[in-house]
Design a protein around this ligand. Structure first.
Ligand code: FAD
Length: 278
């Protein structure tokens, strides 16, 4: 049973609870990106179990007619065991998703996984002609080059500021510098991409910037935010723009909730206020 303070951020422990949340969200014109919580598996059984659950979930999404994608973590699909394990499991998930017309996002984890994640994305995206997207992190110095590389790969790219703490020589550590880099990455994408831009940020300034770039270039984009964060803004934006809410579920909710409240001290205040004000 998920306590109220965490149920603001996690849809439940079962796929049925997650899909019920998706149904309520779709009624308000917000689409869903469903993530089964799990990461850093060092046993193949755990990888196979989550891969199988994603394939079942994809079938359930397709049969229910809900507007939902899924989002997987590389280390959930075996990257800590080996790149070959990750690629094989990812391919099986994307095969199933392609059969059912469901989109698959690949989350980006810490900087040691960036190459393996982008390489696997590129292979699978080219093999499937799209239907898959990957996340890039503005706080990494390498990301400008990665974003140029991804320009002619089919699929979508989600732009985030970065939730991990990379070593200082590889990253921008100052918040204002990360924001500046985020804007530069969006500028490049709106100018050079055919669409498929995911603006993964709660920051009103970044969203305004994306809207202005859309007005300038007309490139299709979507806004992505987390469940439980600025939900009123999500519903308002959905009247005019494509909005997707990232919805985690599963019995490993404790570490996800802990990360949300520790990545920004403010998030704890937001979480507490959310519980207190219902
Ligand atoms: P911040 O820079 O944290 O805050 C800027 C402003 O946004 C704040 O001043 C405030 O106005 C507003 N804001 C922020 N949080 C709140 C809140 N809780 N309530 C109200 N207002 C708030 N990171 C990864 O490294 N890999 C991933 O795969 C990944 N996937 C993501 C997917 C989605 C859909 C989203 C939304 C984020 C993802 N992230 C991922 C996390 C991301 O990297 C950031 O750590 C996180 O989004 C915080 O940055 P921000 O741009 O939202 O805003």
């Amino acid at each position: 049973m998920i306590p109220p303070i965490a149920s603001r951020f996690v849809a439940g422990e079962s796929p049925a609870e997650a899909l019920e949340h998706v149904r309520r969200l779709n009624e308000r014109d917000v689409n869903a990106i469903v993530n089964l919580l799990g990461e850093h598996y060092d046993e193949r059984d755990s990888v196979a179990a989550d891969g199988a659950e994603y394939r079942t979930l994809i079938g359930d999404i397709a049969n229910s007619g809900l507007e939902a994608a899924v989002s997987v973590k590389p280390s959930q699909l075996g990257l800590d065991i080996g790149e070959d394990v990750f690629r094989a499991e990812l391919t099986e998930v994307v095969d199933a998703a392609t059969d059912h017309g469901v989109f698959v996002w690949i989350d980006m984890e810490d900087h040691t996984t960036t190459d393996a994640t982008l390489d696997a994305f590129e292979t699978v995206a080219r093999e499937h002609g799209g239907g898959v997207g990957v996340c890039v992190q503005a706080n990494l110095r390498r990301t400008r080059a990665d974003v140029r590389r991804l320009a002619d790969v089919p699929g979508k790219v989600r732009f985030v500021k970065g939730a991990y703490d990379p070593p200082a020589d590889l990253a921008y550590t100052d918040g204002a510098r990360v924001d500046e880099e985020y804007r530069k990455l969006l500028e490049y994408a709106f100018e050079h991409y055919d669409g498929g831009i995911g603006v993964g940020s709660h920051d009103p300034a970044m969203i305004e910037y994306a809207k202005a770039l859309y007005d300038q270039y007309g490139t299709d984009f979507e806004i992505q935010m987390l469940m439980g964060v600025r939900e009123d803004a999500q519903y308002e934006l959905a009247a005019e723009y494509e909005v997707w809410q990232y919805i985690p579920y599963g019995d490993r909710w404790k570490s996800y909730f802990y990360r949300r409240v520790t990545e920004r001290t403010d998030n704890l205040k937001f979480a507490l206020r959310a519980v207190l004000t219902g």
